[in-house]
Design a protein around this ligand. Sequence first.
Ligand SMILES: O=C(O)CCC(=O)C(=O)O
Ligand SMILES: [Fe+2]
Length: 316
Amino acid sequence: MYAEAAAAKPQPIPAHLRRIADGAPGAEAAEALRAWRALRDAGHLLSANQLAEFVARGVLSFPALIDQAFNREFIDWVAGGGSTGEGYVGEDLRTAWPAGSLVPRLLAMPQVAGIIASLVGPSPRFDHVALHRVPAGRLLGQNWHADATIDPREDAFDLQLMYFPHDLPAEMGGTMLLPGSHLRMVHEISIARYQHFVGQMPTICPAGTIHVLHHGIWHRARGNATDRERLMFKIRLNPRWKQERLYAPGEHRSPEINGILTRTEPWMGVEGRLEVINRIRLWRHLTGDPQFDARMWMGRLESRPQARIHPASGPE
Ligand SMILES: O=C(O)CCC(=O)C(=O)O
Ligand SMILES: [Fe+2]
């Protein structure tokens, strides 16, 4: 067995996987950049305030963003056996599904494309998808978890989109999210011992709602007490450009933004300040402003005066 392994020739790494390792934008960089600029010029990018909200809470909600005709088509397609597939790791988003099929059409809608472009930039990589179907009457939900694993990146994040094609009343459960949990790094289901949090957010929403999540958000599927199946389409995207100033041109230093970044969540208790500091760190990266601060939370930690009264060495 060992001899066989030693004799095996190393396989070349397929091109699309190589790009994961070096994080480069890929051959389509120029075209992708043009598309990002077109979204910006057409006013489809998120504002600095919306981005601050995302940094603070790890979730942005867009109720009824997708029109009823598309929602209906999506539901019928699933009912007819349509599948989004279960692709994983590094496929090219532009070619992962046949042109004109439902997933690329959803992602190409200007509002959806604008959200994606504002958070993960031009031509993000397709990480994985899942079509979550919770059968009628299945009361058992998931445990609390974060997707993937502890992810220590400070200057980058992946985006997760959840699309709910039908109305989601409270008794259908939906997904429970914990706003503000995204920078509290945990390993997957290690948080399963928790049951409820003060300030948890159920995805009770009208048809066509999209929730946009930072990859670190804590969440769980809930049971479905209705007599209808619950559907949710999720897709995860990885950035391939530096996530700096991807949002709509605008002021990123303002009293309003400071207010958003320093507003803590009820479940944080006395630890809210730790999250404010995490948010400021992320905001600095996303705005390209390493001096940014809010209420001196970072400035205090960074204050190390260098001016000396006495010479560094030798007698005065
Ligand atoms: O079905 C749900 O509501 C959540 C599923 C989930 O945990 C996920 O997509 O990561
Ligand atoms: Fe999950």
